[in-house]
Design a protein around this ligand. Structure first.
Ligand SMILES: *[C@@H]1O[C@H](CO)[C@@H](O)[C@H](O)[C@H]1NC(C)=O
Ligand SMILES: *[C@@H]1O[C@H](CO)[C@@H](O)[C@H](O)[C@H]1NC(C)=O
Ligand SMILES: *[C@@H]1O[C@H](CO)[C@@H](O)[C@H](O)[C@H]1NC(C)=O
Ligand SMILES: *[C@@H]1O[C@H](CO)[C@@H](O)[C@H](O)[C@H]1NC(C)=O
Ligand SMILES: *[C@@H]1O[C@H](CO)[C@@H](O)[C@H](O)[C@H]1NC(C)=O
Ligand SMILES: *[C@@H]1O[C@H](CO)[C@@H](O)[C@H](O)[C@H]1NC(C)=O
Length: 486
């Protein structure tokens, strides 16, 4: 009896505490993968999980249409910036989309992914181009009377902060981007638009040399004391307030903040596995929805977007490929309560998914012509995703032959099991025996018939956090070389 009553009361308390200004938990959905869920399935998934906000990385119509009538607040991303340099073009852009805005709930428009990275690599022209789009697009929205509802924003990564801080109050934007940052912030203030900060906690922990336990809300053994009695016990508060301090130093004390991206890879990285990610969000999401705020923003709801919905196996580096709550075939990877109630639940599985048949392409074990094996392995990895065999990853313990099979199979699945994609100069064959091991999954993907047309080019690695960008094929070749020749 008691064991049932307590969680119920707990739930009731949380529900009663909810008000209109609660922090929102959103989810980001990118499509940089060989296999993609259909937009209507994604909207269905979000609704089933009680997700109220989403961000997409495009303005492509097939996606936009799927969200009509869903009630899900949507953030879009404009990537084609040349046309939008001009105010009149921006106005046309807005007018063309007004019927859509009328039947959906678009809340924000991001300009690119990380505009300030251009400033960091000494490409001020690139940064200015993004800023010009921000100004003209927001002005066009304002003039078309959408400005109160729709805000134009940038995403900001911690690469924009000076790297060697030991507490949030030491944070400051890098000198080389300060003038543009000030200008941007003044514009955000003028339009009551939020400053969007992004976090990749495992990388931030490494960068600031914080204790691993600092990742998990309520579990930290490290305590960081800052000025004015502020105390930090988790990376979320630490990073958020580091940005707030950097803003304060530019006299921006009122600008609202949201967390546009927070994620942790479940594979392809030594500090990432499904149980770690589960533990991370289990602490974080109820904390976000409690509206406790951070030491600098006590009681302020901080809208937070989980990154990301699905894995993206075409991302430019290993680290970015396994950030999904779901595998790219719609299977959930770990437990997560996206309503922030802290329930011990798996998110619902994508419905209506059709997977390809259970067949795999594997290596036949013939290593006579080693250079050819090496060449075929490189080819397979270069054109698919071998991040799961990198050291410390789910398939990092496979034998050399199994690694080659893994690579061949990934290539085969990337090509939707086309038989010509299991050739490898006679080194492979197709099998119906599942080569997966207890730790390492040889995945089966979604059928080609369910793919939406999609032809957006893949973004360059530059612009993402300085991540451990392990070049898998090189690693593999040296590994195999050592094993074969010894
Ligand atoms: C949008 O809705 C408003 C109010 O219902 C209406 O006045 C306006 O004409 C609509 N605009 C478009 C482009 O459909
Ligand atoms: C960070 O490094 C810079 C340059 O090396 C130095 O001037 C600054 O004082 C350092 N800041 C902290 C908080 O250690
Ligand atoms: C912030 O405001 C103070 C006082 O008005 C001024 O002295 C300072 O230069 C300002 N700093 C920036 C970065 O704008
Ligand atoms: C996941 O990673 C953590 C921390 O690195 C480790 O302690 C744990 O054993 C790992 N779990 C699995 C299932 O590999
Ligand atoms: C193994 O590969 C070599 C070179 O590619 C080939 O000549 C040989 O016939 C193969 N052996 C078998 C058993 O298939
Ligand atoms: C997909 O879209 C591109 C660009 O809009 C178009 O050129 C191509 O023919 C389309 N492919 C399919 C299969 O519809």
């Amino acid at each position: 009896m008691a064991s049932k009553t307590i969680p119920f009361l707990y739930l009731l308390m949380i529900l009663m505490a909810k008000t209109d200004v609660d922090a929102v938990i959103g989810v980001n959905w990118g499509r940089e993968s060989a296999q993609r869920l259909v937009p209507s399935q994604v909207v269905d998934l979000l609704l089933q999980n009680g997700v109220k906000e989403a961000r997409i990385y495009t303005t492509m119509e097939d996606l936009l249409r799927a969200f009509v009538g869903s009630g899900i607040g949507l953030s879009l991303t404009v990537n084609d910036l040349t046309v939008l340099q001009d105010y009149n073009q921006c106005l046309k852009w807005v007018q063309r989309r007004s019927p859509y805005f009328n039947v959906s709930s678009v809340r924000r428009i991001y300009v690119g992914v990380y505009p300030f990275v251009f400033g960091l690599v000494n490409n001020k022209a690139g940064l200015k181009q993004h800023m010009k789009v921000m100004y003209n697009l927001q002005k066009a929205l304002n003039d078309a009377d959408w400005g109160r509802q729709i805000k134009v924003v940038f995403g900001h990564s911690s690469d924009e902060l000076k790297p060697n801080i030991t507490k949030p109050s030491e944070a400051e934007f890098l000198d080389e981007i300060k003038p543009e940052m000030e200008e941007t912030i003044r514009f955000l203030e003028l339009n009551s638009a939020p400053f969007v900060l992004d976090m990749i906690p495992p990388l931030d922990l490494e960068k600031y040399k914080l204790d691993p336990s600092f990742a998990f809300v309520g579990e930290s053994t490290q305590v960081i004391k800052d000025v004015n009695g502020a105390v930090y016990t988790n990376i979320f508060d630490f990073m958020h307030d580091a940005f707030v301090w950097a803003l304060i130093k530019l006299n921006a004390t009122k600008v609202k903040t949201i967390v546009g991206q927070v994620g942790w890879p479940s594979d392809g990285y030594t500090r990432g596995n499904a149980s770690t990610v589960e533990r991370f969000f289990k602490g974080l999401l109820p904390y976000v929805s409690s509206n406790k705020g951070t030491p600098l923003r006590r009681g302020a709801p901080i809208d937070t977007y989980v990154h990301a919905l699905t894995d993206e196996n075409k991302m430019p580096n290993n680290f970015m490929r396994h950030l999904g709550i779901y595998h790219s075939n719609g299977k959930p990877k770990f437990k997560i309560d996206l309503m922030g109630l802290g329930r011990d639940i798996y998110p619902s599985s994508a419905k209506g998914i059709m997977r390809m048949p259970e067949r795999w392409c594997v290596f036949n074990g013939n290593r006579t012509d080693y250079p050819m094996v090496e060449q075929q392995l490189k080819h397979a990895c270069k054109n698919s995703d071998c991040s799961s065999v990198s050291p410390g990853s789910s398939c990092g313990d496979l034998s050399p032959n199994e690694i080659i099979s893994f690579a061949f199979n990934m290539y085969f699945q990337f090509n939707f099991q086309d038989e010509s994609a299991c050739h490898f100069n006679g080194l492979s064959f197709i099998t119906v025996e599942n080569p997966s091991t207890s730790k390492c999954m040889f995945p089966i993907e979604v059928v080609r018939g369910q793919q939406e047309n999609y032809s957006r080019p893949i973004p360059k690695a530059k612009g993402y956090h300085h991540s451990p960008n392990c070049v898998v094929s090189l690693f593999l070749v040296s590994l195999l070389g050592a094993l074969f020749w010894n």
